[in-house]
Design a protein around this ligand. Structure first.
Ligand SMILES: C[S@@+](CC[C@H](N)C(=O)[O-])C[C@H]1O[C@@H](n2cnc3c(N)ncnc32)[C@H](O)[C@@H]1O
Length: 301
């Protein structure tokens, strides 16, 4: 098994798998055939991280961060105790699958596990297994918590979802062995940048309207003030000589905010939206602080 096989172990709002071809075309020259540090301050399910780890074996170091403590603790559990985690997930999967098409019993089982998760009294491996279980069985793989940090997404309607993907969890565990895992605000990642660092930012998207989109990954909202704070941080990295690439929703607000940077537009399908008829192809932006061959064009994929 090698780290090329690892892929995201969660469904995550704004997961970037579909943007990888475009990200590949937008990488700075400083990462191609050179040793570099890869830093992803808003890692979520890590679609770009796992691709980068497989694509660039010469990467010197990877540093990932997210404000979501349950998420980062789950990365830590997978890295340190994959086999224990797999045996708990395997049990949860058997118990859930046996309920088959009895929707009432599945809902009851789901709610029991959600209560257990929210009590936060289990040891870490069990807590991480519950986190993955809820992600695989809840509505649309959403992660939403209330002000008390209680997970409150209702059950999903999957018949037999994969809860324990043994092979991938082992591959992820191996891929994470030399990855620095940080939990907290994105600004702390600046301390981990060396002379050839490349940052990829995928912050919570600015919603297209008040009700159209989802960006509530934690009890703290990522509002316009936060988007501006991120731009100030990007300017700081720029002045320190680091390369960065950032994705976000296509909005005039960002045209103004990043007017001194290179911006391109890409077409992507939004997977999570409050209304099912709100799904579809939308343009998103890629912004960077370095020159590559492509800029100012719409890529269709
Ligand atoms: C759009 S998602 C990233 C999705 C990721 N690219 C993927 O492929 O799954 C944004 C992430 O930012 C995290 N986040 C929100 N506010 C943050 C902050 N202030 N600092 C660091 N991470 C934050 C959220 O928990 C969420 O996982």
């Amino acid at each position: 098994m090698n780290r090329k096989c690892a892929k995201p172990f969660l469904k995550w709002a704004g997961g970037k798998t579909q943007l990888i071809p475009e990200i590949k075309n937008s990488l700075p020259n400083s990462v191609v055939n050179k040793r570099f540090t890869y830093i992803e301050p808003f890692v979520g399910s890590g679609a770009v991280l796992f691709w980068m780890l497989g694509e660039f074996p010469r990467m010197e170091k990877a540093v990932i961060n997210d404000i979501n403590e349950d998420l980062i603790n789950t990365y830590k559990t997978i890295r340190s105790s994959p086999k224990e985690l797999i045996s708990i997930l395997d049990m949860l999967q058997k118990e859930y699958h046996v309920l088959d098409s009895d929707d009432d019993r599945k809902k009851e089982y789901y709610c029991q596990k959600r209560d257990l998760f929210n009590r936060r009294k289990q040891e870490q491996t069990v807590h991480s297994a519950l986190f993955i279980f809820l992600n695989r069985t809840c509505f649309n793989g959403l992660y939403r918590v209330n002000r008390k940090n209680e997970f409150n997404v209702p059950t999903g309607s999957y018949k037999k979802p994969t809860i324990c993907d043994r092979q991938n969890l082992l591959a992820v565990s191996e891929a994470l062995q030399n990855v620095e895992l940080l939990c907290g605000d994105f600004e702390q990642t600046a301390d981990y940048a060396n002379s050839n660092a490349f940052f990829y930012f995928d912050p919570p998207y600015k919603p297209l309207s008040e009700t159209s989109s989802f960006n509530s990954y934690s009890k703290d909202e990522f509002n316009d003030k936060e988007q501006i704070r991120l731009k100030v941080f990007c300017d700081r990295l720029d002045s320190l000589g680091h390369s960065w690439l950032l994705s976000n929703s296509d909005n005039d607000f960002f045209d103004r905010l990043y007017s001194n940077c290179k911006m391109s537009r890409v077409l992507a399908t939004r997977m999570i939206n409050c209304k099912s008829n709100g799904r579809g192809k939308l343009t998103e932006i890629l912004v960077k602080n370095y020159k590559t061959k492509q800029s100012q064009q719409v890529i269709n994929f």
